[in-house]
Design a protein around this ligand. Structure first.
Ligand code: PGA
Length: 254
């Protein structure tokens, strides 16, 4: 499986000129690396224009969110088919910053199903807000988040899913505060077991499981190899071309 590296720009940058500069910086490196699939998730308003700057296959695009209906009277929303029709292939669903704004497990599930139906790959974000090592409650919570996000999704659609595990306590900090690789490994096994219970082991092993939360160049290699993930969802470090490119290079050579 190719490593999957997703740049989640969140609500940045402020202008299309800056967005283009950042994209061109990343494209230069990403388009030369055959071992990683690079996905850029800019704000909606920049998506179509950035998409036009690239015609190759190594850099893909993602929406940061999506609505679950195809079209109609839903002011302010963007549908999966709109994303698909401008050449977007991924969509982030259920990011903790959206859940904090009120997005429920049911809404996440509807968005996942609608995205998969439209032919997008949904990057389903899960993550606990705190961790109590004594009782393992976070593991039960995470398994529940996976199950509810994928409720009603048939095995044939599983190739349209990636899981991004993002512990909320580790988001937006620095490499020293990110999760330790051995703890990540335990969580990745739990996610795969949860998928295997529903879809069988062979199918479960083909779902990319990513980590997000203070990924920087310094922890890229250890999280990839000892954490046993298939890639990353990168926030703040993806807003600097040189920093994100360093992460791409490390992932490529891992
Ligand atoms: P971070 O963000 O890399 O800045 O921690 C990750 C995310 O929220 O997707």
């Amino acid at each position: 499986m190719k490593k999957l590296l997703i740049a989640n720009w969140k609500m940045n940058p402020e202008s299309i000129a800056e967005a283009k500069n950042l994209f061109m910086d990343v494209k230069k490196v990403a388009s030369r690396l055959n071992g990683v699939e690079t996905v850029i998730a800019p704000p909606y308003i920049f998506l179509a224009e950035l998409r036009r700057l690239y015609t190759g296959k190594r850099v893909m695009f993602a929406g940061q969110d999506v609505f679950w209906e195809e079209k109609g009277a839903f002011t302010g929303e963007i549908s999966p088919s709109m994303l698909k029709n401008i050449g977007v292939s991924y969509v982030i669903v259920g990011h903790s910053e959206r859940r904090a704004l009120g997005e429920s497990d049911e809404i996440v599930n509807q968005k996942v199903l609608a995205s998969a139906r439209a032919g997008l790959r949904a990057v389903v974000c899960i993550g606990e807000s705190t961790r109590d090592h004594t009782d393992g409650a976070h593991l039960i919570f995470l398994a529940g988040q996976v199950e509810s996000a994928l409720a009603g999704l048939g095995g044939k659609m599983l190739s349209r899913i990636a899981i991004a595990y993002e512990p909320i306590w580790a988001i937006g900090k620095s490499a020293e505060d990110a999760m330790r690789p051995f703890e990540l490994h335990e969580t990745v096994l739990l996610i795969r077991k949860t998928l295997a219970r529903k879809y069988g082991k062979a199918h479960a092993m083909r779902v990319p499981v990513l980590y997000g939360g203070s990924v920087e160049k310094e922890n890229t290699l250890s999280l990839l190899t000892d954490g046993a993930v298939n890639g990353f969802l990168v926030g703040h470090a993806s807003l600097s071309g040189p920093k994100f490119n360093d992460i791409l290079r490390v992932a490529h050579s891992a």
